[in-house]
Design a protein around this ligand. Sequence first.
Ligand code: ATP
Length: 270
Amino acid sequence: MKGEVPYDDILLEVSKLEVIYNRAVMAIQGVSIKVPKGSIVAILGTNGAGKTTLIRAISGFIPSEYAEITDGTVIFEGEDITSKSPHEIVRRGLVLVPEREKIFTTMTTLENIKSSSLAKKEAIFSLETVYEYFPILKERSSQIAGYLSGGERQMLAIGTALLCQPRLLLIDELSLGLSVQVVSSLIEALKRMKKELGLTILLVEQNAEAALKIADYAYIMETGRVVFDGPPEKLLAHEDVREFYLGIKGGKEKSYKDVKQYRRTRRWWG
Ligand code: ATP
C-alpha cells in the first residue's frame, strides 16, 4: 500500500507536495510522506531526485532558493505549516540539522553548540545530552571548530540542532564524504537517540545501505516523485531496489529502461 506507514501517531504528514524552481523547473511533484512519532523515516534516491528540495520545503527554506510550493500541504502535529518561515517552523520543534560545512570555524566547539540554542522553558535536550551521545565534542569543547574532522563536524551539527529542542529532527546527507566507520558511529548515536530520547528523525540519504540499517520506513525518490516505499525489510528484498539503489546484483540482468517500464505498469506492493 503506497504511502501507508504502520503507525497511528503521525507527527509530520506531507501531502501531494509540488515545488517549482524559478517558475520553470518542477523539482518535486505530488510527493506524499508520513513520519510517525518516535520513528526514523528515510528519504532515499540518487542525485537530483528532489530529496533536498523536499526537506527544504518542509523546513521552510524554499523561498531562499528562488522556489515556491505550488501545491500540497505540510502538516506538523496537526497544524498546517506549509510555506511558514524557517524561524516559525523551528520554534514548533521541526529542526533541520545545519550543513556541517557551515559551522563557525573560528569559534570554539562549545561556542558553536550554544550558538543556535533556543531559550525554551521546557528544554528537554541539554549540553549534557549532546555530550552523552557525542563525548568527543566535550573533549574538543575549547578547540577551534575549524580543526574538527568531517565526522566531528557532523556531530557538532547534530548537537547544535538538539539544543533547538527538536520534536522532529531533519537530517540532509548524514553520510556524505564520511568513512564507513564514522557513518556507523553516527548511525548508532541516532538509533540510541530514538530509543532513549524518543526522538523522531527524518533522514535524507544517498547512502541507502546506511539509512536502511536504522530506518523504520523509507521512501525512494526519483525525478521528483516517490517511486518505492516500505519498511526496510521489504525494500531490501525487492530485486530492483537492491540492484539500482544498493548496487547488489542478483537474478536476471535488467536494464534501467526495463525497470522504469515495470514501474509504469505495476503498483508497488501489488
Ligand atoms: P542531490 O543529492 O544531488 O542534492 P537531490 O535529490 O537532493 O539531489 P535536489 O537538489 O532537490 O535533488 O534537486 C531536484 C531537482 O531540482 C534537480 O533537477 C535540480 O536540478 C533542481 N534544482 C535544485 N536546486 C535548484 C535551484 N536552486 N534552481 C533550479 N533548479 C534546482
